[in-house]
Design a protein around this ligand. Structure first.
Ligand code: FAD
Length: 370
């Protein structure tokens, strides 16, 4: 297998990432379960706060009963640490070759193989092409051709805070979400509790896609004037802020063209509100591997079966991520009061039941969309 990476080196940007139990199913399948588990911080709760009153709305316990129910933990890891685990595993694998500075611009196929064209003018040939080239996928342009991604108008700012600077009464071992009108904050401990990852978002109708642009503290504060002082104090701790304007796409029915298939954000980019984009990409990879094994010598049938098994589950996550943004993360007034009342009324068992379709699955079953 040949991996073609556009960037001049293999590196991951951004700090934290949340991983549901479904991600751990995938790690075990890839044979990196122990290494990935060693990097993780095992949080006790997912906690939802009202950003106007600083009161807890609800939480989901991630302790023993959660792990028993879903067979795996919920955890947070540093993206760079996790990336290294994957990179090492690929470097050590005798059948994987890695190439950087290799931007794929398009492909040709003739029924028995695929040839990719690179920006350098070179080509590479193989039995199949998996376009795992993210939100702005060039491979998708040719497989689906549905134009640029949809700009959500939501602006996300990311920073990392040394753990000792976080107010003591907020040093929770939890993925904490403060939900406010048209804005929210997320924080959780990372890297053996050395830092808190801080990701804050406001729905400011930003018109253009942006990725990783440095931004001043003053600019960041603008969308959060109306939230509780406690939440604003957390924002004030952030430094070296970077800005993203979030994009996603409407779900597509088919991401396969003969011997070419899409995977991860290239296939089903989603807003981050279910913390599942990377988890879905890993589930895709597990499913793809199973389908290739189940259709020996029939790569086109394998890719079609892979897409058929994945499309409803990833569609649900794409659409539900948008809905969560609207109905849980950003509502105001009566809409927010209703959110609080509905979410408070659920027991832990009812929350586990709600999450069963997502965390209880590994992306392989045909009926895995809930
Ligand atoms: C703020 C934020 C928070 C998030 N939090 C979570 C979370 O908690 N949990 C979770 O599961 N997900 C989360 N996600 C989503 C997650 O980051 C993405 O879904 C995931 O990175 C997608 O992985 P991917 O490999 O499909 O694409 P990418 O990570 O975008 O990787 C694509 C790779 O392809 C390379 N590339 C691009 N074009 C080409 C080309 N033409 N030729 C060759 N190489 C190319 C790129 O350089 C890159 O290395 C979050 C996203 C955001 C924005």
């Amino acid at each position: 297998m040949l991996v073609l990476e556009k960037a001049p080196q293999f590196a991951e940007i951004g700090a934290g990432i949340q991983l549901g139990p479904n991600a751990f199913h995938a790690f075990d399948y890839f044979g990196i379960g122990a290494a990935a588990r060693a990097m993780a911080v095992y949080i006790d709760q997912i906690r939802l706060m009202d950003a106007l009153t600083a009161e807890e709305i609800m939480h989901i316990d991630l302790g023993e009963s959660f792990r028993t129910r879903f067979g795996n933990p919920y955890a947070v890891v540093h993206r760079g640490d996790l990336y290294k685990v994957f990179l090492t595993a690929c470097r050590e694998h005798p059948r994987i070759a890695l190439r950087v500075s290799s931007e794929v611009t398009g492909y040709d196929q003739d029924g028995s193989s695929v040839t990719v064209r690179l920006a350098s003018g070179e080509t590479a040939n193989g039995a199949a092409l998996i376009g795992a080239d993210g939100l702005w996928s060039n491979v998708r342009k040719q497989v689906i051709g549905d134009g640029p991604p949809r700009v959500s108008g939501h602006t996300t700012y990311r920073s990392v805070i040394p753990a000792e600077r976080m107010a003591e009464d907020l040093r929770w071992n939890a993925a904490t979400l403060w939900a406010g009108p048209k804005c929210h904050l997320v924080h959780y401990p990372l890297s053996g509790w050395k830092v808190f990852n801080l990701v804050i978002t406001c729905h400011n109708d930003a018109p253009e896609p942006v990725a990783g642009k440095p931004v001043s503290k003053e600019e960041v504060r603008k969308g959060f004037d109306h939230v509780h002082e406690k939440a604003r104090q957390i924002i004030d701790l952030g430094t070296d802020w970077k800005l993203w304007v979030l994009c996603d796409r409407d779900p597509a029915e088919n991401w396969v063209d003969g011997r070419v298939a899409l995977l991860g954000d290239a296939a089903h980019p989603m807003l981050q509100y279910m913390a599942q984009g990377a988890c879905m990409a890993m589930e895709d990879a597990v499913c793809l591997s199973h389908m290739v094994a189940a259709h020996p010598g029939r790569i086109e049938a394998a890719l079609a079966a892979y897409c058929a098994r994945r499309v409803l589950r990833t569609t649900r996550v794409q659409l539900q991520s948008r809905a969560i943004g609207e109905h849980i993360y950003h509502p105001a007034g009566a809409h927010a009061q209703l959110r609080n009342a509905v979410m408070r009324a659920k027991t832990q068992d009812e929350w586990y039941e709600t999450l069963q379709w997502l965390y209880g699955g590994n992306g392989l079953d045909e009926m895995n969309f809930g």
